[in-house]
Design a protein around this ligand. Structure first.
Ligand code: CP
Length: 296
């Protein structure tokens, strides 16, 4: 079976191929699935965008979606994820789209050769490959290339699977990645990919400013006290004043959900430099391209 789980498996040529296919879907191309496909979306963590977007992509591709609700499944009786997947595969599901709180939950499943395709919709603080691919599509649509682009990734790096997937792939594609936000969240794994730059210095130098949600649900008590909304916004947020120093061609991205007036001023969310809702629109077409690839 084919699986799409991590930035590690995406070469620049494969990224180009998926972007071209997603752009073709956006322009109205027809899907090329030749067999009936049954898809199930297993979300063990909250989601609005990724869950809805995968379901929209599946339906646009002509797949049949088999509902799965973890809170009413036999996972609550202790059934393992592997047995759950073997069960839905036996029933006839061909692809499982999974979001799970555990980092790299997919590694033992692939080693056990589960009998269906896996699509990773986000694992803990590990990877978020469909967000990565829709981010690449959005950047490509804007600039037409990646080499030499200056991408600033700002905020809750330590908890961010989006940052981990995006920094790896953008670097492979020749973009220059830099980081900002609370220094304690700029851990050794980020230092490998680019330098830390104070936000006021970084903002006037970027082509893409990628802001990350402060993951309030994952903060320690001390971090919650230190990073009240107003404190965080003043120190590490994109205020209207700071946004005025961005280059005119630069774009603001955010995987969302957004904490308004925390990562960025509320007025900037739908402002002329924001591509936040374009990212969500592109996500459907990119997920169509990724799901179609599994069956080619
Ligand atoms: N960007 C993203 O993964 O959003 P959801 O958590 O709503 O799916």
């Amino acid at each position: 079976n084919k699986h799409f789980v991590s930035a590690d498996q995406v070469t620049p040529a494969f990224a180009d191929q998926l972007i071209a296919r997603a752009e073709a879907f956006k322009a109205g191309a027809e899907p090329q699935l030749t067999q009936p496909v049954y898809a199930s979306n297993l979300f063990f963590e909250a989601s609005t965008r990724t869950h809805t977007s995968f379901e929209m992509a599946e339906r646009k591709l002509g797949m049949t979606v088999i509902p799965f609700d973890p809170t009413h499944s036999s996972v609550t009786k202790g059934e393992t994820l592997e047995d759950t997947l073997r069960t839905i595969a036996a029933i006839g599901v061909n692809v499982a789209v999974i979001r799970h709180p555990e980092d790299a939950y997919y590694t033992p499943l692939i080693a056990a050769d589960v009998p269906l395709h896996l699509m990773n919709a986000g694992d803990g603080a590990g990877q978020h490959p469909s967000q990565m691919m829709l981010d690449l599509m959005t950047i490509h649509e804007e600039f037409g290339h990646f080499a030499g682009l200056r991408v600033g990734i700002v905020g809750d790096l330590a908890h961010s699977r989006v940052a981990r997937s995006d920094m790896a792939m953008l670097t492979k594609l020749g973009a220059q990645v830099t980081f900002s936000g609370p220094k304690a969240w700029y851990t050794a794994d980020f230092a490998e990919y680019g330098p830390y730059v104070p936000l006021k210095e970084l903002v006037p130098q970027v082509d893409v400013l990628m802001l990350l949600r402060v993951q309030l649900e994952r903060l320690t008590e001390a971090e919650t006290r230190e990073f009240s909304a107003a404190n965080y916004h003043a120190q590490f947020g994109l205020t209207e004043e700071l946004a005025a120093t961005m280059p005119k061609q630069a774009i603001i991205m955010h995987p969302a959900p957004v904490n308004r007036d925390v990562e960025l001023a509320s007025s900037l969310v739908t402002g002329p430099q924001s591509r936040i809702f374009t990212q969500m629109k592109n996500g459907v077409f990119m997920r169509m391209a990724m799901l179609e690839w599994l069956f080619k």
